[in-house]
Design a binder for this molecule. Structure first.
Ligand SMILES: [Zn+2]
Length: 359
């Protein structure tokens, strides 16, 4: 049984909510609310659509502002004491106040960024690997970065060869670019070659940026992930971009085809040749740490290299990304844009982030 907390619920009630980006709460939150105002609470249906509709309509708890449905058919009295063990054993965490953005269609997938039941805070429950202790993304505290002289240069091979045949796909979670030009593009780490499989984007708006990695708490607007594999393990290179008024020529070949992949499951070809090196910063210094994929199943032992220099993307170019939908055309709505497709920061849990040079 799930319940929902309204925007104004008290900090104590909020304490009981699992950190769930969509404001849904477990029974724990309700029980904790009853500590403050031990009267009653109404269990809600599991259907997220009716759940949201009802909760926006009625406020039952005046004192704690916990909003529940006013549905007498479903009304039950919850007693405080039978739930005491839940409070003691429950995993309490603070929820962040989120701008409400709910895309009902996204709840029908195994995972999503904007669904109620399968958003990032639900991933550890739905995909046990996502609860691991070497997860990504992370905040990179430059003061704590350990400079490692042994960290060999990150060599990019084939990144200067123009991409002449590439496919852009909107998969509902990101824009993914795959190659069909038979050019071998790879990076070398410790004399092992990791071949480029695809690259994709995480983004937000100028006001609510959407890069996954943050530097000293600063979140850039957009991040590209170049995903490489050597068969057994994965190596991802992350590049960061901050929006400003100046367009970045490297983005044009890509953004020009985005109107053709506005909706989920659409694909288009890139017509203008471009090089991947044009998307990399000139300064090839990077941060290195061991982490995970940032989407389910959050597989660990991913070698992360996050480029240190933050590049720019033009505001005009970013607008192309902001128009993309996470759903098929027939389901399009204001709530169902891909924008904001980033996973919240994960704990380092003692991991060390290395730097290729002095910062
Ligand atoms: Zn990614």
């Amino acid at each position: 049984m799930r319940h929902i907390c309204g925007r104004g619920y008290s900090s104590l009630a909020r304490l009981g909510c699992f950190s769930n980006s969509r404001n849904t709460c477990s029974s724990n939150s309700v029980v904790l609310a009853l500590l403050v105002h031990p009267v009653s609470c109404i269990p809600l249906t599991n259907d997220p659509v009716s759940l949201k509709r009802r909760c926006n309509r009625s406020t039952v708890f005046r004192f704690v502002n916990l909003k529940c449905a006013k549905d007498s058919r479903n009304m039950k009295i919850f007693l405080f004491f039978p739930f005491l063990p839940l409070i003691i054993s429950g995993q309490f965490s603070f929820t962040r106040k989120h701008k409400e953005r709910y895309c009902a269609r996204e709840d029908q997938r195994s995972w999503s960024y904007h669904g109620y039941t399968n958003g990032p805070t639900n991933w550890p429950r739905l995909f046990p690997t996502c609860a691991g202790n070497k997860q990504s993304p992370v905040d990179i505290r430059t003061q704590k970065v350990k400079v490692d002289a042994e960290l060999s240069d990150l060599r990019f091979e084939g990144y200067d060869t123009p991409v002449t045949n590439a496919l852009v796909t909107n998969n509902g979670e990101t824009i993914r670019i795959t190659f069909e030009d038979q050019v071998r593009r790879f990076i070398s780490i410790d004399n092992k070659e990791y071949v480029l499989q695809q690259f994709h984007f995480h983004w937000g708006t100028a006001k609510h940026p959407g890069a996954e990695h943050t530097i000293n708490g600063f979140r850039p607007t957009l991040e590209i992930h170049f995903v490489h594999s050597n068969g057994n393990s994965t190596a991802v290179v992350g590049t960061l971009y901050e929006v400003n008024s100046k367009n970045n020529p490297a983005f044009w070949p890509i953004v020009k085809v985005l109107p053709e992949v506005k909706y989920k499951d659409l694909s288009a070809r890139i017509n203008t040749p471009f090089t991947l090196s044009s998307l990399l910063p000139k300064n090839r210094n990077f941060y290195r740490y061991m982490g995970s994929l940032t989407t389910p199943n959050c597989q660990e032992n991913v070698i992360w290299s996050v480029m240190q220099d933050i590049q720019n993307i033009g505001d005009q170019q970013l607008q192309y990304f902001l128009k993309l939908y996470s759903v098929e055309e027939r389901y399009k709505s204001r709530e169902c844009h891909i924008t904001g497709n980033y996973r919240p920061l994960q704990r380092l849990n003692g991991r060390i982030i290395y730097g290729s040079t002095h910062m």
